[in-house]
Structures are given as C-alpha cells and as structure tokens.
Design a protein around this ligand. Structure first.
Ligand code: SF4
Length: 272
C-alpha cells in the first residue's frame, strides 16, 4: 500500500526557490514543509530575506543544520588520508580539516547541505512518500540531465510553468523581495566564501563586503589548501587593487601588459 504524500519545498532562499514557494502559494498548491539547509555561510541579507519571507507568508521555514560548523570541518576535523594519495605527497599526512572545496571535492555540499537534509527527510519517509519541489528554472534544462535531478520524487514547477531565471527574479522583485541588492551584484547567490565563484563575483565580494573579505583572507591563511588553483585570497586582493589603479589611470585590465605587471606584483606577494 502506498504511503500518503508529503510535499517539501527545498528553499535555498535564492530567486528560483523563492519564486517556486511564492508561486505554489499563489496557486494554492499543497506544501507540508518548507526546508532550508543552513550552512551558516549565507550573506546576512539572505538571512534577512528568509526571516522576512517567513513573516510575510505566515508559515514556518524548517531550518536544518549540520552539527559541526563549517570552520570546524574546514580547519580542525581529523581526516584520514592515504600516504600514496597526491594530497599526502603534496601537503603531508598531518593536515587536519577538509580545506577549501574544489571542483572535484565539494565536501561542504555533502556535509552541510545534503547530509542534514537527508537526516531530516529520513524520518519523514518512514510515514510518507516525499515529493520534493526543486528550483530548476525553465532555461536551466541542462541541470535536469544530471543524475541526481532525475529522481522520480523530484518535481520542477518552474520548468512546468515555463519560468526562466529572469522571470523568477522579476516575479520576486514584483512581490517586494530584493535581497538588499544581492542580485544586482551576483548572478547566483550562494555561500559568500565559495572558492568556486567566478572571478567577477569575487571582485564584487571584495568591493562591497569588506568584512566578509577580511574573514576570507583570515580563513585562507589558516588552511592548507590554496583558495583557487590560480590565486590565494591575498593574491586576488593584489589583483583587484591593481585593477582599480589601472582603471583609475584609464588603462585596460586585460592583455599582455596587464598580466605581466600583475605577475610582477604577485611575485612580490609570494616573497612577503
Ligand atoms: S556553495 Fe561552495 S562553499 Fe557553499 S556548500 Fe557549495 S561548494 Fe561549498
């Protein structure tokens, strides 16, 4: 005998999942749980947005969180590593913590998002068949091709409604949600410290969020893994300062001269 259905809206707080939530409420669709996995790494404006959303819709947002903090996992947790791994050859075997996430090692996604979420849903699944409403926009069809998005219990309302990412943002703006301008600066809004952000997003972080940038620099100094393959946070800062100087002088921030002068400056950073 099949179990009753339990409708869960997976809310990241971003424009797409916010649009799903508001759109479902507008359509009178059943929602049993609004689930937010809190990494502790959202921009302050995102936490404000979630609190405001919760107040406005008059429904509770269920917040789940990993028992261990990002900082503990990044710097201090003991990690067993095999001596013959490239990591051990490069950094030794005594390094604790997972370090910055990389393109092939997004430990924070599994530890801080997927794990707490699955632990929460496990107990619900004992009694219900969970239907998961996921924020993939109509113009992100490529994401539907990924294996984990082909789960038969996943529903993609934005695709069904034909709402693109731009439609979602406009719909949220029209409803009075503007994330204090975050989407004016960033195409995607996720963990502020993510090393997988684009260079342009990191430039915005440097320019507009000096306190977070300072924390980023501090964290980068405390971990064994370089922030990005091409730049440490301090090197990025050197680049951004250099860019500002060049722009003030009316000079381009690309091309051979720019990069050879940047290389010289970065050489100075490395030798400090
Ligand atoms: S957005 Fe970046 S930092 Fe945040 S969980 Fe995903 S990979 Fe990790």
């Amino acid at each position: 005998m099949s179990k009753p259905l339990y409708h869960v809206v997976s809310l990241s707080g971003g424009k797409d999942s916010t649009a799903i939530l508001l759109g479902m409420i507008e359509r009178g669709m059943q929602i049993d749980c609004i689930l937010f996995c809190d990494t502790g790494l959202e921009f302050p404006a995102m936490y404000d947005h979630l609190n405001r959303l919760e107040r406005n819709i008059g429904r509770k947002i269920t917040r789940v969180r990993c028992e261990q903090s990002f900082e503990y996992l990044m710097f201090d947790t003991p990690v067993k590593r095999k001596a013959d791994m490239p990591f051990a050859r490069k950094y030794g075997l005594n390094q604790t913590g997972y370090g910055w996430a990389g393109p092939r090692m997004r430990w924070c996604t599994s530890k801080l998002k997927d794990g707490p979420r699955e632990r929460f849903l496990r107990s619900i699944r004992e009694k219900y068949d969970v239907i998961d409403y996921i924020g993939i926009a109509a113009d992100e069809g490529y994401r539907l091709e990924r294996k984990h998005n082909k789960n038969s219990s996943h529903v993609h309302p934005l695709v069904e409604w034909g709402w693109t990412e731009a439609d979602c943002l406009k719909y949220c703006y029209d409803q009075g949600y503007d994330w204090s301008g975050l989407y004016e600066l960033f195409k995607r809004v996720s963990c502020w410290c993510c090393p997988l952000q684009s260079l342009s997003e990191l430039r915005q972080l440097y320019k507009h969020f000096p306190e977070l940038w300072s924390k980023l620099k501090d964290w980068d100094k405390r971990t064994w893994r370089k922030f990005r393959a091409d730049y440490s946070v301090e090197e990025l800062e050197t680049r951004f300062i250099f860019e500002e100087q060049r722009l003030a002088d009316g000079l381009p921030i690309k091309g051979k001269t720019f990069f050879s002068e940047l290389k010289e400056r970065l050489g100075t950073v490395e030798s400090n």
